[in-house]
Design a protein around this ligand. Structure first.
Ligand SMILES: Nc1ncnc2c1ncn2[C@@H]1O[C@H](COP(=O)(O)OP(=O)(O)OP(=O)(O)O)[C@@H](O)[C@H]1O
Ligand SMILES: [Mg+2]
Length: 284
């Protein structure tokens, strides 16, 4: 199903955070949104799942106008487009399995949710989501005791429990070391490829967007200034997205690099606890 933004603008007071953005995203695309701090990337993503409402313009999915949904329709939409965040947003005192099952909340009755009663089916689904992300052995651990990379994988497992049609990720690797960044990006790509779920992810770094995303949207001052495949993202386009630094020098791609592919990334020191085969053993 086609997802569409039509002339979407969001203003905060006098400040225009997102400025007249129109986009069409076919189902199953892997899209990276890049741009300087303050360009409007998070606001754009938050409008998509209605954490923030557009000031003007409209958002559509299939035949439905997402931007005018209320009540149950809105809750269903927020279930359909799961979101993960830079800071993972898990409940640190709860065990991993419960955190993952919380992804089912919008599927169940309020009373069952309040009582935290989960069915065997939900437990099994949560365990298989954890297996999918290679962290099933952490199921009974308190989420707050996991490494950042593991926590982000729990957040992805929780998102999968929503059986989403789209997965939105706001800087999912910005707090991670290069090895964990790679594990998390690989997981997003795998979900995109295997389940055909549309992934829209904000990324701070160009090289990550280039290597993982078939389509890159570049934002500057709330506007879309680039929209195309990585192959078209040439120096001029990069310049337009990131502009010049304060001394007027052009931007160099390495300035926005996570060094995700640098040799020796495995020496990051953070211990992985298995699951994703060679990667896990590389860091042991
Ligand atoms: N709730 C808000 N109230 C007021 N201004 C806001 C609010 N949310 C965002 N803004 C402003 O809108 C602009 C865009 O912010 P946004 O967070 O979308 O940028 P971003 O591209 O995600 O930046 P970063 O890379 O730092 O995360 C910024 O100038 C920001 O200060
Ligand atoms: Mg942001």
């Amino acid at each position: 199903m086609r997802f569409q933004l039509k002339n979407v603008t969001r203003q905060f007071g006098q400040h225009i955070a997102v400025d007249n953005v129109s986009l069409e995203i076919p189902a199953g695309q892997m899209v990276g949104v890049i741009g300087r701090s303050g360009a409007g990337k998070s606001t754009l993503l938050r409008m998509i799942n209605r954490l923030v409402d557009p000031s003007t313009g409209s958002i559509h999915f299939g035949g439905a106008e997402v931007s005018s949904l209320r009540g149950k329709g809105l809750r269903n939409w927020q279930r359909d487009c799961a979101m993960i965040f830079q800071q993972f947003n898990l409940v640190p005192r709860l065990d991993v399995l419960t955190n993952v099952m919380l992804g089912r909340l919008n599927h169940r009755s309020t009373m069952m949710s309040l009582l935290s009663i989960f069915s065997d089916d939900e437990r099994l689904a949560a365990i298989s989501a954890l297996e999918r992300l290679g962290i099933e052995q952490t199921a009974m651990q308190r989420a707050g005791t996991l490494s950042g990379g593991q926590q982000q994988r729990v957040a992805i497992a929780r998102a999968l429990m929503q059986a989403p049609k789209m997965l939105l990720a706001d800087e999912p690797i910005a707090s991670l070391d290069p090895l964990n960044a790679k594990i998390v990006m690989d997981a997003l790509r795998d979900i995109n490829e295997r389940e055909g779920i549309t992934v829209i992810t904000n990324l701070h770094t160009l090289d990550t967007a280039r290597s993982y995303c078939e389509r890159i949207i570049g934002m500057a001052s709330g506007r879309v200034v680039f929209d195309g495949p990585p192959s078209e993202l040439n120096a001029d386009a990069v310049q337009e997205i990131y502009g010049s630094d304060k001394d007027g020098a052009g931007i160099d791609e390495t300035m926005t690099s996570t060094s995700i592919n640098i040799p020796g990334a495995e020496a990051s020191g953070e211990k992985q606890s298995g699951g994703i085969g060679t990667l896990a053993s590389a860091s042991a």
